[in-house]
Design a protein around this ligand. Sequence first.
Ligand SMILES: NC(=O)c1ccc[n+]([C@@H]2O[C@H](COP(=O)([O-])OP(=O)(O)OC[C@H]3O[C@@H](n4cnc5c(N)ncnc54)[C@H](OP(=O)(O)O)[C@@H]3O)[C@@H](O)[C@H]2O)c1
Length: 291
Amino acid sequence: MFLVTGATGGIGRKVVRLLRQKENLVRAFVRLTSRYGELEHRGADIFIGDLQLEKDIEKACRGVQYIISAHGSDGDALSLDYRANIELINQAKANGVQHFVFISVLGAERGYEDAPVFKAKRAVERYLAASGLNYTILRPAGLASNLLPLAERFRETGLYLLIGDPKNRTSIVSTDDLAKMVVDSITLEGALNQILPVGGPEILLREDIPRIFSRIFNKDPIVINSPLFVVDGLRSAFGLFDPQAQKALGTYRTLLSNEFFCTKEEIANLEKIFNFQLETLESFLRRYLAV
Ligand SMILES: NC(=O)c1ccc[n+]([C@@H]2O[C@H](COP(=O)([O-])OP(=O)(O)OC[C@H]3O[C@@H](n4cnc5c(N)ncnc54)[C@H](OP(=O)(O)O)[C@@H]3O)[C@@H](O)[C@H]2O)c1
């Protein structure tokens, strides 16, 4: 039995689909408010709970052999990115789990002081690596599926909002490729007890993204390039009445102001371990936008 947290999220949903296609038993950890009908329809066992509650995590882990941690944090990094994962690892040990896959983030090791999600991910990586469990830690760059709503807006308006330096490099990964790596990590020896940076096959500049949209829709882009101090202004304003949102914006600012890309060697290593060719952003978008 596989336990998948974040089963209704961008990655988790695809992971559950893949596991069910191979007829694995899957327990999908979902919230009552989540859209989990499709997962149920695919034959996943639905576990309704809240990852902020230890007793729910303890119950969900009973009798599972594999755990895939793919949940996000809803702005509460301490409770979800950190505590929930530590408790999942503790329960994995208690239940003799055979393999634990953790979705971290590219750059988790860089020690960004202002980015609670990065700090939580790094602390969890360390805890997992020292746990004695078999593990795979995947550190993805941005997910291609995040760009679909932006592409749809571009299709209608030709507009693209680019905050920060257009020359910053990024390696957007196909969400389908990432889901496949998550699932294959459990069986492939090359992924055992590894921390793997995960990106797409090409290093893009952030300004390449509206260019790709432009090619796909055959439309000239109108790029609005907003400086980073707009986010800084928002952070200061939030600090007055919503410190939690201010902290979450710290992670967002870190994402906008730094480069997140994989080297050619890292990509070659991934393709070697997982034995498939990674998909480009343009190919991913064309498939989903049916153009
Ligand atoms: N998106 C990216 O570009 C990116 C890049 C690098 C790393 N990552 C990491 O990859 C992981 C998955 O990201 P994603 O984009 O697929 O996430 P996502 O689409 O934002 O989904 C988050 C998932 O977590 C669930 N969740 C949130 N709070 C919960 C709670 N209290 N109890 C139970 N479930 C809860 C959500 O459930 P609901 O459906 O109920 O909201 C949802 O299923 C995250 O750890 C993220 O940090 C993402």
